[in-house]
Every structure is written in C-alpha cells, then in structure tokens.
Design a binder for this molecule. Structure first.
Ligand SMILES: [Fe+2]
Ligand SMILES: [Fe+2]
Length: 192
C-alpha cells in the first residue's frame, strides 16, 4: 500500500509538462531571472565593444544595439521588482565577463566584434524561442516582451552578419567558443 502511494506521488510531481499545463510561478520566476542576466550580459558586451570601437566606422551601429539592450535590461529590471524576483548570484561575474568579452573581441577588430555579436545573439534567439514554447499561451505580457526582444536580437545577429562576421578567418572557432560560453552562462543563471 505504502509503495503504491509513493509511486503515485512521484508520477504526479515529476511528470513532464504536458501541453495545456500552466508554467509554475517558479518557472516564470526562473525565466525572468535568466532573461535579466542575459540582457545584463548583452549590455555589458556592447559597452565593452563601444568603449573600444565607438569612434570607428561601426560605432553608430554598436551604439544602436547597445541602446536596445539598455531597454531590454530596463524592462526585465521592472519585471523583477514587480514580481519580487532576485537577480542571479552571478550578477557581478557577468558584469566583468560581459565587458571583458566585448572589449576583447573589439580589440581584435570589427569583424571579431561582429562574430561575437552573431554568436551571442544566436544563442539568445534560441533561448527566447524555447521560452516561448515553454510558456505556451500563458503569461501573455511576458510572451509579448520576449517576442519583441527576440526580434531585436535577430536583428542584431543580422547586423553582425552584414558587417562581415563570417569573413573573420577564425570565425568558426570564435563562434563556437562564444556560443559555448553564452550557453554556460544561461545554464548557470537559471540555477544560481
Ligand atoms: Fe537584448
Ligand atoms: Fe541583442
């Protein structure tokens, strides 16, 4: 009898989420936390790139992307306050690592900076796409926000491609490294 009860409890608490199930408040909280971390990281990357290349020919387009990241970040800051969500404990790390990544790639030249942009934005695009799947038809306001930001991240990716990211001789290597780093940052920010 006891065994049967345990099995039933396990099934109801740990089964995979099915279509039609509402995401739990914990899931939504986790989404807001990781999205805030991602937008903060993106803002720091562009800040590092603008610091190095801001006076160059790509300065204007870098500032355009940086301004959009500022708005993305501000929106998630508002969501965090309204929903009582704490930031990731890794916030200070992303402060340094984001800026360092931006400044380092920019110091390697415009194409390297753009290759970094393509890699980061690809990962954020995939991340937001997955969140929209996970939300289903729930949380319409959050869905709307994510959809709008995702479109702008895709725009950033195309800006990177239009500015010669793929012409960088070591583009595949840099892209792979930055993608791996970005995915790791997302994984950690969802958990810590
Ligand atoms: Fe963004
Ligand atoms: Fe972006």
């Amino acid at each position: 009898m006891k065994k049967k009860h345990q099995a039933k409890t396990k099934t109801s608490s740990s089964r995979a989420r099915l279509p039609g199930d509402r995401p739990s408040s914990k899931t939504v909280e986790r989404m807001i936390r990781v999205d805030h971390a991602g937008e903060f990281g993106a803002q720091r990357i562009y800040a590092g790139q603008v610091a190095v290349l801001g006076q160059g020919k790509s300065g204007k387009v870098l500032r355009h992307m940086a301004e959009q990241e500022d708005k993305h970040l501000a929106a998630f800051e508002t969501w965090m306050v309204e929903h009582g969500v704490r930031p990731t404990a890794l916030h200070p790390l992303w402060h340094l690592a984001g800026y360092a990544l931006g400044a380092l790639t920019a110091s390697l030249g415009e194409k390297a900076a753009m290759a970094c942009t393509v890699a980061v934005e690809e990962v954020i695009d995939e991340h937001y796409k997955q969140q929209l799947v996970d939300l289903g038809k729930d949380e319409p306001a959050l869905r709307k926000l994510i959809t709008r930001f995702r479109n702008e991240e895709i725009e950033h990716k195309h800006i990177g491609l239009d500015h010669g990211a793929e012409d960088l001789p070591y583009y595949p290597l840099l892209r792979a490294l930055v993608r791996a780093g970005s995915k790791t940052a997302i994984w950690l920010s969802e958990r810590v």
